[in-house]
Design a protein around this ligand. Sequence first.
Ligand code: DX5
Ligand code: ZN
Length: 215
Amino acid sequence: MKQIAPSVLSANFANLREELEMINRSDADMLHVDVMDGVFVPNISFGFPLMKPMKQYSTKPLDVHLMIVHPEKYVERFCDAGAWSVGFHLEATDDPMPAIELIRKKGVRTCLTINPDIDVHRLDPYLAEVDMVLLMSVFAGFGGQSFIPETIDKIRYVRQEIARRQLPTLIEVDGGINTKNAADVFAAGADVLVAGSAVFGAKDPIAAIRLMKGL
Ligand code: DX5
Ligand code: ZN
């Protein structure tokens, strides 16, 4: 099933509750929560204080994307704050397994992410260890960037590998997704598309989500 995860990073935080309630009424499947530490990426977004209103007002599962160094230090707190899934970057760790185990022990879904400059084959050993892999289609750090076309081949590769090994692992793609390219990205094998500016910047976000899902 084609799933859309609007990225709250592009929401109007002055009206966060209204924005979340609008997403609740939409066909969105989850709410993507981008956490940036200013070290792993050259930008700072938000952290634990905003998890509370998001958990309170969003009826959609919270898909947390950690763009932080030492994810193993913080994954449990995001689980406790109500995350439905917690993802972090493979290249932010020497070994992703300890953080994966911590998330798993909390009963929360695990997600492993790579930036566009990381060899997609580095995910191979972990495809059976996580619930979802997140392929960045822009460099993590900012909303509103353009989709990097080379991501399509990486999605195809991971889709093939998951099929060959008969794994239930989901493929999520994040960055530069819009109503024009969503169909192609799904066709390449993605299960979940993150969309920030294409949702919250749209005149009619609810219609944009439906369009991206092909509804
Ligand atoms: C980028 C974030 C993305 C971002 C997507 O670092 O991980 O989730 O919010 O925004 P758009 O859809 O505008 O590229
Ligand atoms: Zn993200």
